[in-house]
Design a protein around this ligand. Structure first.
Ligand code: NAI
Length: 237
């Protein structure tokens, strides 16, 4: 799973490990990954770390292949890593648009493509892509991010249709506002302004997202594919 060094990714990694999976942690920083891996092993789980910059899609695809060859299988792929480079559309540079599309969308496509072969061989697979409420409602200042996250729905529904006959499911989990480094940048004032529009009157926690991902990865979700599951405390309802 990607983006496992902190925030939502860390919570997903801990939960999947707790559920008995060997978890392969991928992110840019080896140091952050090793801390999460140590947490997993300290609580009796099993994990390994691989530093990889997903902006290099070729390197990420090669890593997915290498991991599945090493283990002879790849049961669950969680594409969680994501970046923002916000700015109003009229002032957004091509570089900022491309950088976000590359990490938040293209890397997800190449990761899924590399995972499909071992999953097809096993006639089993669970692909879970982390989208965002921004991809459903749009969000001022996030033309690049919202476009990439919206595209994950089209990609995942397509994979669900192409791969369903092989018992490979593909879904999107779309978080609302979750307390992580990404939302820390918003500042307290903006967070207070957001709260009244969230029916559950709190920001989400990484564990809220991890619980949904773990469900989608579990046997209980075997008949659930091609869906976008919004986990936002009711913000978009
Ligand atoms: P975060 O910024 O706390 O962590 C991002 C993770 O992705 C880190 O592990 C980082 O190393 C990794 N990453 C980023 N760029 C990378 C790259 N080029 N190569 C390899 N790894 C890279 O983010 P957070 O908040 O935990 O978000 C996780 C996912 O959830 C993202 O896809 C984000 O878009 C999505 N999301 C988050 C929301 C929030 O409120 N925090 C709301 C909606 C969606």
């Amino acid at each position: 799973m990607t983006g496992a060094s902190r925030g939502i990714g860390r919570a997903i990694a801990l939960k999947l490990a707790q559920d008995g999976n060997h978890v392969v942690l991928v992110a840019r920083s080896q140091g952050g990954l090793e801390t999460v891996a140590a947490e997993i092993t300290a609580s009796g789980g099993s994990a390994e770390c691989h530093a990889c910059d997903l902006a290099d899609c070729t390197a990420y695809a090669a890593l997915v292949e290498q991991i599945s060859e090493k283990h002879g299988r790849l049961d669950i792929l969680v594409n969680n890593a994501g970046i923002t480079k916000d700015g109003l559309a009229m002032r957004m540079s091509d570089e900022d648009f491309d950088a976000v599309i590359n990490v938040n969308l293209k890397s997800v496509f190449v990761g899924c493509r590399a995972a499909l072969r071992p999953m097809m061989r096993a006639r089993f697979g669970r692909i879970i892509n982390i989208g965002s409420i921004s991809g459903i409602t749009g969000n001022a200042g996030q033309a690049n991010y919202a476009a990439a996250k919206a595209a994950l729905a089209g990609l995942s529904k397509t994979l669900a249709k192409e791969m369903g006959a092989k018992s490979i499911t593909c879904n999107v989990v779309a978080p609302g506002f979750i307390e992580t480094d990404m939302t820390e940048a918003l500042g307290e004032k903006i967070k207070e302004q957001i709260l009244p529009s969230i029916p559950l009157r709190r920001l989400g926690k990484p564990d809220d997202i991890a619980a949904t991902v773990a469900f989608l990865a579990s046997d209980s979700a075997g008949y659930l594919t091609g869906q976008v599951i919004v986990v936002d405390g009711g913000l978009s309802c």
